[in-house]
Write a protein that binds this ligand. Structure first.
Ligand code: PMP
Length: 349
C-alpha cells in the first residue's frame, strides 16, 4: 500500500506540478524543478534515517535484484570470498547471483527448518578477511526478520532491507551497505535505494556494467542517466510524511502494535491459525500463516477473505498458505478488519 494522502497529493500535482505547467513525469531530470525534488528526497531520507556523511545514498533503477549482482562487483572487484547467511528465498537468490562474480561461502542457513528461523550468530562459519557478509534483514516470503544487527567484526555487513526498509530505526554505521527495492514500504516500483559506506566503493570488477558502478552513480548524484523520476518524487513525499509522523521510532511503534494484533489473533486461535515462524524472529511486515484445518479450508478462507475486500492474502506461490503483508502504510484498521474476519471465519467454519 501507499498512504492514501500521498496518492492524493500525487494526484493533485499529477498534471501541473506546483504551477510548473508540467507533470513530474514530463520534466527534464536536469531541470531545476526536478533537481529540487531529487535533492530534497535525499536530504529528507538522510534526516529520517540519520545517515552519516560518510555514506552515499543512491537511487538506482533495476530493483533489489540488480543489486544482487552489483554488490559483489563493487565490494569484491578483484574477487575474494563473500559470506552469505541464507534465511529465506531472497537470501538464496542473492547468494546464487553473487556466485557468478565472487567466491561465495554459505556461512549459515536455516533451510533445514524450512526457513522458519535465524541461526545464532555464534554458529555462523564466517570467513576471516571476507569481502562482505550478506543478510536479508526481512525475508518477505517466509516472514523471518532479524531483530538485532549481527556483529560480524570488521567485515562489511550488507543487508537487503527490501521488505522492512524504513519500518523501524536503522543504525546505519553498523552496515557497509543497506539496499532494497522501494515498492513495499516507500514508493512505486522501479527503484532501489542503496546506502553505502564511501570507503567501500571506487573500484569495480572489469566486467561491471557502467550502470552498476556505485562510485560513478555517487559522483553523478544518481543521475548518470535518466533516473526513475516519478518514483523518486513519490518516495520523497513518503519521506516527508514519515518525518512528520515523528520519524522511524514512531513508525516502529505503530508497526509493533499492528503485528502484535495479528500474531495474537493467530496464537489465540487454538491452532485454527498457525504461524510457522520462530517467535523470536517473527516479521513485523510479512505474517505468513496456515490453517490447521488443511488446504481446502485455506482455499475457502482466501476466497471469502477476497470477497470481503481483504486483498493479496494468498501466500507466495512457492510456499502456499496465507500471508498478510502489513507494510508501513497499512493502517491499524486494515489489520483489525483482517483479525475480525479471521474470528468470524473460525466461528462459521
Ligand atoms: N529482496 C527482497 C527481500 C524482496 O522481498 C524482493 C522483492 N519481493 C527482492 C529482493 C527483489 O526486489 P525487486 O523486485 O525490486 O528486484
Amino acid at each position: 500500500m501507499l498512504p492514501l494522502d500521498i496518492l492524493e497529493e500525487a494526484q493533485a500535482d499529477m498534471i501541473n506540478y506546483k504551477g510548473t505547467g508540467m507533470s513530474v513525469m514530463e520534466m527534464s531530470h536536469r531541470g531545476k524543478d526536478f533537481m529540487k525534488i531529487a535533492a530534497e528526497a535525499e536530504a529528507d531520507l538522510r534526516e529520517l534515517v540519520g545517515i552519516p556523511d560518510n555514506y552515499k545514498v543512491l537511487f538506482l533503477q533495476g530493483g533489489a535484484s540488480s543489486q544482487f549482482a552489483a554488490i559483489p562487483m563493487n565490494l569484491a572487484p578483484k574477487g575474494g570470498v563473500a559470506d552469505f547467511v541464507v534465511t529465506g528465498a531472497w537470501g538464496k537468490k542473492a547468494f546464487a547471483e553473487a556466485k557468478k562474480y565472487v567466491d561465495v561461502n554459505l556461512a549459515a542457513t536455516s533451510a533445514d527448518s524450512n526457513f522458519s528461523t535465524i541461526p545464532p550468530v555464534s554458529e555462523w562459519k564466517l570467513t576471516p578477511g571476507a569481502k562482505f557478509v550478506h543478510i536479508c534483514s526481512n525475508e518477505t516470503i517466509g516472514g523471518v526478520e532479524f531483530k538485532d544487527v549481527p556483529d560480524v567484526g570488521d567485515v562489511p555487513l550488507v543487508a537487503d532491507m527490501s521488505s522492512n526498509y524504513l519500518s523501524k530505526p536503522i543504525d546505519v554505521k553498523k552496515y557497509g551497505v543497506i539496499y532494497g527495492g522501494v515498492q513495499k514500504n516507500i514508493g512505486p516500483a522501479g527503484m532501489a535505494i542503496v546506502i553505502v559506506r564511501d570507503d567501500l566503493i571506487g573500484e569495480v570488477a572489469d566486467a561491471c556494467p557502467t550502470m552498476f558502478d556505485y562510485q560513478l552513480m555517487a559522483d553523478n548524484e544518481s543521475m548518470y542517466n535518466t533516473p526513475p523520476c516519478w518514483t523518486m518524487y513519490t518516495s520523497g513525499l513518503v519521506f516527508k510524511k514519515l518525518l512528520k509522523m515523528g520519524g522511524l521510532e514512531a513508525v516502529e511503534k505503530m508497526n509493533i502494535e499492528k503485528a502484535a494484533m495479528l500474531y495474537d489473533a493467530i496464537d489465540g486461535s487454538d491452532g485454527y491459525y498457525v504461524s510457522p515462524v520462530d517467535k523470536k524472529y517473527r516479521s513485523l511486515m510479512n505474517v505468513p500463516f496456515t490453517l490447521g484445518g488443511g488446504e481446502d479450508l485455506e482455499k475457502k478462507f482466501l476466497k471469502e477473505a477476497n470477497a470481503a475486500g481483504l486483498e493479496s492474502l494468498k501466500g507466495h506461490r512457492s510456499v502456499g498458505g496465507a500471508r498478510a503483508s502489513i507494510y508501513n502504510a497499512m493502517p491499524m484498521e486494515g489489520v483489525k478488519t483482517l483479525v475480525d474476519f479471521m474470528a468470524e471465519f473460525k466461528k462459521n467454519n
